[in-house]
Design a protein around this ligand. Structure first.
Ligand code: G3P
Ligand code: MG
Length: 249
């Protein structure tokens, strides 16, 4: 199956450099770039007014100075949130990033993006895909983009928008159990993204033998992760990738 010619790095910064900057912000991507990361993983979902923004949770309490549901905010209201102060004073005043702003920054930095379509409970997968995927396809070349999701509806809608040769799809798994292969085949996936703690040697081998790239989230202890490189994992999506550099095989 033809796929974009993606030169996958060993290390990808999870939610930006989220060990050192507030996750999923422009600051976190700038920090990742500054430490030499070439790819980032970020989450995208829609505000209540349909604007795609870079955000992980269904609510805003954990990563802002307010509370409530993201789905209840429009862009002007969301922009009033401080999304940096919770992490540290150095980031006070950081604002929620729209997808458009983030794509511009990533392209300016020449970075690659694993954009995770985050379909939280009660939200529409189709609406998210419609707003987020064409924007990402317009902004970045196919060699620097992987769209991933746990949500099969989101992945299927995404595949309808672009063929495998034009868009790399990553299928997210917690554990790689029965049915993983049919899910990946139907979606013409480029990559499998698995929770590293639940990955077996047998599962790793099966995924690699079928020709998929294998990315693991979210290891932060390079010593505990070392055997996974030996098994054939391609990339680690970590909050702190620089910790892994001296442990790469
Ligand atoms: O995309 C990998 C990883 O980000 C999936 O889990 O909850 O951190 O978005 P989460
Ligand atoms: Mg994610």
């Amino acid at each position: 199956m033809p796929h974009p010619d993606i030169s996958l790095p060993r290390l990808i910064a999870h939610r930006g450099l989220s060990a050192h900057a507030p996750e999923n912000t422009l600051a976190a991507v700038r920090a990742a770039h500054a430490t030499g990361c070439t790819w980032v993983e970020l989450d995208v979902q829609l505000l209540g007014d349909g604007t795609p923004v870079i955000w992980h949770d269904a609510g805003v309490r954990r990563c802002s100075d307010a509370s409530g549901r993201l789905a209840d905010l429009d862009l002007p209201t969301a922009r009033r949130l401080d999304v940096g102060a919770w992490f540290g004073d150095a980031f006070r005043g950081e604002r929620i990033a729209t997808l458009a702003e983030m794509l511009k920054l990533i392209d300016e930095c020449g970075m690659g993006l694993n954009l995770e379509l985050k379909v939280n409970r009660g939200r529409s997968a189709a609406a998210l895909v419609e707003e987020a995927v064409p924007a990402a396809l317009d902004a970045l070349p196919p060699e620097r983009l992987i769209i991933s999701s746990f949500n099969d509806d989101a992945l299927a809608c995404t595949r309808e928008l672009a063929p495998a040769s034009r868009l790399a799809l990553g299928v997210l798994f917690e554990g790689i159990g029965r049915g993983w292969r049919s899910r990946c085949t139907e979606l013409e996936a480029f990559s499998v993204h698995a929770d590293w703690r639940r990955l077996s040697r047998r599962g790793t081998t099966a995924v690699k033998d079928d020709g998929y790239a294998l990315l693991c989230y979210t290891p932060n202890d390079p010593a505990a992760f070392a055997h996974l490189w030996q098994w054939g994992v391609d990339a680690a999506i970590s909050d702190d990738p620089s910790r892994f550099i001296s442990h790469l095989p």
